[in-house]
Ligand binder design. Structure first.
Ligand SMILES: Cc1cc2nc3c(=O)[nH]c(=O)nc-3n(C[C@H](O)[C@H](O)[C@H](O)COP(=O)(O)OP(=O)(O)OC[C@H]3O[C@@H](n4cnc5c(N)ncnc54)[C@H](O)[C@@H]3O)c2cc1C
Length: 401
């Protein structure tokens, strides 16, 4: 019987990993299945552009995996049972009354990413928009398209996603009144030069900034700050937090407080050795001793480490060590401007940064490269179809070998 590798999620981490595994392991020994709720590859790093009204092409996953041998199952994962080594899904193929089905695995790679976190703030779930998924970004796109001149938009959150979203909306829709609510100072985490650059971009785009403002409630046409100030907002965009799916914690896998899966240096679950995790869903400790931030770059190194370990253990080779480093933040400021902020080993901003139009071209190249790389995970490497020689033990999980 073939060794069944099941990859949950076909985002930056999962799609790359599935293609990589299928191209490097022999199809005579291994079957690679990827389960994803969306039939297309969602380039999350473009979702703020899509939401603001830019044309973004979402490539069908059947195209992404064409010729790779990956089996695609478009289905929603509803549970993982690591004791029985099964995944519960719902889709058209599912035999149950509501399309429920079950997929068994020998090795599981969990890469379901993250979504918006409302931190319990009243009204966010009901009234706010977000850009964490294709469906929610489309809702925002449609709402913005229907918003007349002088309409008010408030982006909540001064992290990367907040800055990228507010600048994109202000650039695309100069007729709107666009503002950002920041809990602290705008871009305080950047180096002084990069911070000044961001402020100048905000001035140029006419974005109002409410600093030291925590939003305590969201209503249909306004957001209420903790001190009671009402900020006009026909559209509130919530970018103040990301959270992972509660599914990992509910499954009994060992997880961190964040709900991210706890793993060893090879991205293997510390509680269930036949489970690996990558991307936003993994609690991976970087070379500097801190958890890697949720980012495309972290999705890249964690999935490379996970796939390298899976292949090595199945084929009886030494497990490779991938450098788990995070170099910096590349933040777009609309279409024509950007900042690249280098960070040190402690994830603090270095004094060095890149800024301006050339940096935005670089970012456009990064986005293109990330999308292309997912469909060509073994580019430049020989597509060796390695034979499976060893089935890793499920040390003590079910007593099976
Ligand atoms: C607007 C925006 C801009 C960003 N910009 C940057 C940037 O410039 N640089 C950077 O490094 N990072 C950026 N990020 C963060 C980056 O996109 C994420 O860290 C990255 O996508 C994580 O990759 P992943 O594979 O773990 O998750 P994802 O890319 O989110 O993929 C997860 C996949 O799992 C699927 N899925 C989820 N739940 C289920 C389920 N129950 N059943 C089946 N399928 C499911 C989803 O459909 C998705 O395809 C940005 C994020 C956003 C939202």
């Amino acid at each position: 019987m073939k060794h069944r590798i099941v990859v949950l999620g076909a985002g930056y981490a999962g799609a790359f990993a599935a293609g990589n595994l299928a191209r490097r392991l022999s199809p005579a020994d291994v079957e690679v299945t990827v389960v994803n709720a969306d039939p297309v590859f969602v380039e999350r790093m473009r979702l703020h552009q899509f939401a603001a009204g830019r044309d973004v092409a979402f490539r069908p996953l059947t195209e992404v995996f064409a010729g790779s041998g990956v089996r695609l199952r478009v289905a929603r994962v509803t549970a993982v049972d690591p004791e029985r080594a099964t995944v519960a899904v719902t889709d058209e193929q599912g035999g149950g009354a509501n399309g429920e089905g079950e997929i068994g695995y020998d090795t599981l790679l969990y890469a379901l990413g993250s979504s918006v976190a409302d931190h319990g703030v009243p009204g966010v779930a009901e009234h706010a928009f977000d850009v964490t998924g294709r469906a929610s970004a489309r809702r925002l796109r449609e709402r913005l398209a229907g918003l007349g001149a002088s309409g008010t938009v408030l982006v909540v959150g001064e992290g990367l996603t907040g800055i990228e979203t507010v600048t994109e909306v202000a650039e695309r829709r100069p007729d709107l009144s666009v503002a950002l609510a920041a809990r602290g100072e705008l871009a305080a985490w950047l180096s002084p030069k990069a911070r000044r650059h961001v402020r100048r971009a905000f001035d140029r785009l006419g974005i109002a900034v409410h600093e030291h403002t925590s939003i305590a409630a969201v209503e249909p046409t306004q957001a209420i700050a903790a001190d009671g100030t009402a900020l006009p907002a026909e559209v509130t965009v919530w970018t103040a937090g990301f959270a992972v799916h509660p599914l990992a914690a509910a499954s009994g896998l060992a997880v961190a407080e964040t709900g991210q899966i706890l793993v060893d240096r090879t991205m293997r679950s510390v509680s269930h050795p036949d489970v690996y995790a990558a991307g936003d869903a993994v609690h991976a400790i970087g070379e500097h001793g801190q958890p890697l931030p949720m980012s495309c770059a972290s999705a890249g190194v964690t999935n490379m480490q996970a796939t390298g370990a899976i292949i090595a253990r199945l084929t009886g080779r030494e497990v490779p060590t991938v450098d788990l480093k995070y170099f910096g933040n590349h933040i777009s400021l609309g279409r024509w401007d950007a900042v690249f902020q280098m960070v040190d080993g402690e994830a603090r901003a270095r004094s060095w940064s890149l800024r301006g139009r050339a940096t935005s071209r670089l970012k456009a190249g990064v986005l293109l490269g990330a999308g292309w790389g997912v469909a060509h995970p073994t580019f430049g490497m020989p597509k060796r179809r390695r034979r499976v020689v060893a089935v890793p033990e499920r040390a003590g999980v079910r007593g099976a070998a």
